[in-house]
Design a protein around this ligand. Structure first.
Ligand code: PHB
Length: 392
């Protein structure tokens, strides 16, 4: 009797121990670091809502693990972003880092991912060199060279001979200006002046004056999402539209969240990019209203899609490893992975860990629901980041 009681208690203790360890081990923790305040808060909100929607649709259990997302606001400051990443890795013991709304934020944390050997899923930032900063980085957003080449080709083939470039003065802007000049020149065009505007609190007015003085056929522009409306206002107020200087840009300037605010001046403008809320697919037709439900009515932009797809990459990787959370194995699992995104089919380049995707040429139109959209009318299939492709 006594013996069996002892045995029963022993078994009970073992079960309790097992269930506590199982509980800790069963969690798959993702540290999501994004700007939720400051001038780039819209990027963080988009990514957050993309992540939320993915989990709502796919549940929070993957390969026997409960997925837990810890979200923190880095305010768009690289030092803060890095400190949060460090804390998440050391204190929270996250299995993966994700988010990274702007290039300087992604660059600040890259060495930490390498040290900790944990996947770092870049859902937003888009300077080409980012994935080269750590073998643990996988990117589900895009690169500026990847989306710029389309508009540069389109411009050269559609009567634009002289262009001025105007970009935000940091990584993605430099990538955009360089790619535009290379591709546009190779197709017979000429860039007559290259302008770079400070990223923080930009005053576009003096730069618009310089563009006017050059009398180009077109102005090619890149500013990060969130600054597009301010840029467009100056383009109109300074008389560039009236002077017949055609505006061409990457989709960052006319993103789906701000486009309606820009108003009718945007009608007819041509941009190239990898996602439009008007993308014509069954998946996207479900995605847009579902996203708006989660976001309180805000349309998804390419940033929301980057967050949504970043979660797909993590979920699918964990399934592929059979629940093994080892960071190196998870990154290996993501290499070469392909799936359908709201933007179309995408894959992770096994060599560069960057996303391979179709890039679309789009025109701003007012659709039947009364809203402005970038309507895709041409497609360049399966574009790799051209900078890394050229290095090989
Ligand atoms: C970036 O900082 O890498 C970035 C941010 C917003 C964009 C594009 C690039 O729209």
């Amino acid at each position: 009797m006594r013996k069996s009681l002892v045995r029963a208690l022993g078994a009970l203790a073992a079960t309790m121990l097992l269930s506590t360890t199982a509980h800790a081990e069963d969690t798959f923790k993702i540290g999501l670091i994004v700007p939720l305040t400051g001038p780039f808060a819209s990027i963080g909100r988009q990514v957050e809502n993309g992540v939320k929607l993915f989990m709502q649709q796919h549940g929070d259990t993957v390969a026997g693990h409960k997925v837990q997302v810890i979200i923190q606001d880095d305010t768009g400051t690289p030092d803060v972003s890095k400190r949060i990443a460090q804390e998440m890795l050391v204190k929270d013991k996250v299995d993966a880092l994700a988010g990274f709304g702007l290039t300087p934020l992604a660059l600040a944390s890259a060495p930490l991912a390498t040290q900790a050997k944990k996947p770092m899923v870049v859902m937003a930032a888009a300077t080409a060199i980012i994935t080269e900063q750590s073998p643990y980085i996988v990117r589900t957003s895009f690169t500026l060279p990847q989306v710029t080449l389309g508009i540069a080709q389109w411009a050269a083939k559609n009567g634009v001979k002289k262009a001025v470039t105007l970009v935000s003065d940091y990584g993605p802007g430099h990538d955009a200006a360089k790619t535009f000049k290379e591709v546009f020149s190779a197709n017979g065009g000429e860039v007559v002046e290259e302008l770079a505007v400070p990223l923080a609190n930009p005053d576009f007015a003096p730069f618009m004056q310089r563009v006017l003085a050059n009398k180009p056929d077109a102005l090619f522009a890149f500013v990060p999402t969130g600054l597009g409306s301010a840029f467009m206002k100056q383009y109109v107020d300074r008389g560039l539209a009236q002077a017949g200087i055609k505006l061409i840009a990457t989709g960052d300037v006319l993103d789906d969240e701000n486009l309606n605010q820009t108003g009718d001046v945007a009608l007819g403008l041509i941009t190239s990019h990898h996602y439009s809320a008007a993308h014509d697919s069954a998946m996207n037709k479900d995605f847009v209203p579902a996203f708006k439900k989660v976001s309180g009515g805000i349309r998804p932009t390419f940033m929301g899609v980057g967050g949504y797809d970043g979660m797909h990459a993590l979920y699918a990787a964990l399934e592929k490893t059979g629940g093994d959370k080892d960071g190196t194995k998870l990154v290996e699992a993501m290499k070469g992975m392909s799936w359908e995104s709201p933007r179309g089919m995408i894959s992770i380049d096994p060599d560069t860990r960057d996303v391979i995707q179709d890039v679309y040429i789009r025109e701003v139109k007012r659709l039947a629901d009364g809203e402005l959209y970038n309507v895709e009318f041409d497609r360049i299939p399966e574009v790799k980041d051209p900078v890394k492709a050229a290095k090989k």
